[in-house]
Design a protein around this ligand. Structure first.
Ligand code: PXP
Length: 243
């Protein structure tokens, strides 16, 4: 089966927020991603709104043609926004204000009592719910018991691993994917994936969706730099020539 690629456009918004300008707009980036073959768009509305804003979520819900996946913590205000906007998927993630990015998986075992009612409300509204977890048996089983439709395996440890640890982390992902699939869960994966390391994860049969952001935005910045400089040179030359 083909693996769906959902592009996370958070860091387009990071660049916009750094200046408080209207550009670059993650909505425009999302159009470009889908035109280039992305199957969906993912954004993480963090509680501190450091990159994606509620406006982005509302506009993307109207403009994304494929799957629109909203990543969020299970805080009341974000759940209310999800129930208003009705993204196709919600991915529940843990969130700590001081972290640079989502550093670990959700504790579906320890947070059963709080997650259960949130998952039920989102699913009752017709939203597919995914839980971002480590490839750990107890977390996978708890996700199933909580009624999630999907899990997203956290590939951060695999992405950071070197040497013998790499094979170990990859084996853990493959084992987790097989277990989740056998339980009837749809399996996604993401975090820290790059052109260099995505292949081995894409080779895991049960993984049917990848969520990738930072590396794609980084490659777009570097790949687009020469063209942007040429465009600026042309604009300067036109100005100088009085045209
Ligand atoms: N999946 C989830 C649940 C995430 O929280 C993130 C980071 O926001 C990603 C995927 C994408 O990770 P990266 O930006 O490293 O590709």
């Amino acid at each position: 089966m083909r693996v769906a690629l959902h592009v996370n456009v958070d860091h387009v918004a990071t660049l916009r927020q750094a200046r408080g300008t209207a550009y670059p707009d993650p909505v425009e980036a999302a159009f470009a991603c889908e035109r280039a073959g992305a199957d969906g768009i993912t954004v993480h509305l963090r509680e501190d709104q450091r990159h994606i804003q509620p406006r982005d979520v509302r506009v993307l819900r109207e403009t994304v043609r494929g799957t629109f996946n909203l990543e969020m913590a299970s805080a009341d205000a974000t759940v209310a926004l999800a129930l208003e906007v009705l993204p196709h998927h919600v991915t529940l993630v843990p969130e700590r204000r001081e972290e640079r990015t989502t550093e670990g998986g959700l504790d579906a075992v320890g947070q059963r009592k709080t997650l259960g009612p949130v998952i039920a409300r989102l699913r009752a509204a017709g939203i597919k719910v995914s839980l971002f977890i480590a490839p750990d048996d107890a977390q996978i089983d708890a996700s199933r018991a909580l009624g999630a439709d999907q899990i997203e395996l956290h590939t951060g440890d695999y992405a950071n691993a070197k040497g013998a640890a790499l094979a170990h982390e990859l084996a853990a992902l493959a084992k987790g994917a097989a277990r989740a699939h056998a339980l009837g869960l749809r399996v996604a994966a993401g975090h820290g994936l790059t052109v260099a390391n995505v292949g081995a994860v894409a080779a895991i049969d049960e993984v049917v969706e990848l969520n990738i952001g930072h590396a794609i935005v980084a490659d777009a910045v570097i790949g687009g730099m020469a063209g942007a400089v040429r465009a600026m040179r042309r604009a300067i030359a036109r100005g100088r020539a009085g045209r």
